[in-house]
Design a protein around this ligand. Structure first.
Ligand code: PEP
Length: 254
């Protein structure tokens, strides 16, 4: 598949996999993905499995991501994890502002932008999640929600930092529900997000930013979604928990 930007496909394991299970999953993935160079492949295990997965992928084309991090670098923030701690495990990416964190931990665009800045300073690439709820879509508010989230979550980042930020468009109604955005819904939202980035910075920056689609991506729908002009990869939840299905998403996207 000929794409303007290199595809980036990341697996968000969420709160799944013990250390032993994580090792087994990533070992399977390594076997499945040995010769894949066309796609940047990222796995985001829970914090407790970062060390094991980091060791397992050291000689592979798989890169490591985390699912969250603090906006602070150190100090009295019980239960938080700092960018420097993630760097110890060679973490290259961090998911920020996932809708589950926006919903259950009340994360705001302002907080997400602080975390994104902290990540960039530590040379960890943030994967910033945005997306509307079903109610917002049905109320015709999708564009307003995306505009606000993009502006707020990228506030304070330089042009160069925005270029190195990955956006994940994840309609909340499609996450873990088996419902996927149609090709035209996905393309429309991605093009709109890119337009917002151009408005915040310029066309050159916007053309460089990779925008992933997330929401019930599976081997059977990956090819169509990844072929859309403004879709530059996927953030995959459920289907990333099994080596064969995650590998098939990647293979079907090439
Ligand atoms: C996600 O949580 O980021 C996600 C896209 O989940 P799923 O693929 O299971 O819908």
């Amino acid at each position: 598949m000929d794409k303007e930007r290199k595809l980036i496909i990341a697996g968000n394991w969420k709160m799944n996999k013990t250390v032993a299970e994580a090792h087994s999953l990533v070992s399977g993935l390594k076997r499945e993905l040995t010769n894949i160079k066309e796609v940047d492949v990222v796995v985001c295990p829970p914090f407790t499995a970062l060390g094991e997965v980091s060791k397992a992928i050291i000689d592979s084309n798989i890169r490591l991501g985390a699912q969250n991090m603090s906006e602070h670098n150190f100090g009295a923030y019980t239960g938080e994890i700092a960018a420097g701690m993630l760097k110890e495990f060679l973490v290259r990416y961090v998911i920020l502002g996932h809708s589950e964190r926006r919903q259950y931990q009340n994360e705001t665009d302002e907080l997400i932008s602080k975390k994104a800045l902290t990540a960039h300073v530590a040379t960890i690439k943030p994967i910033v999640c945005v997306g509307e709820t079903l109610q917002e879509r049905e109320g015709n508010h999708t564009q307003k929600v995306l505009e606000t989230q993009i502006k707020g979550s990228l506030a304070g980042l330089s042009k160069a930092q925005v270029e190195e930020t990955i956006i994940a468009y994840e309609p909340v109604w499609a996450i873990g529900t088996g419902k996927t955005a149609t090709a035209s819904q996905a393309q429309e939202a991605h093009a709109f997000i890119r337009k917002q980035i151009a408005k915040l910075h310029n066309e050159t920056v916007a053309r460089k930013v990779r925008i992933q689609y997330g929401g019930s991506v599976k081997p059977s729908n990956a090819r169509e979604l990844m072929s859309l002009p403004d879709v530059d990869g996927a953030l995959v939840g459920g289907a990333s928990l099994e080596d064969r299905s995650f590998a098939d998403i990647i293979k079907n996207s090439i």
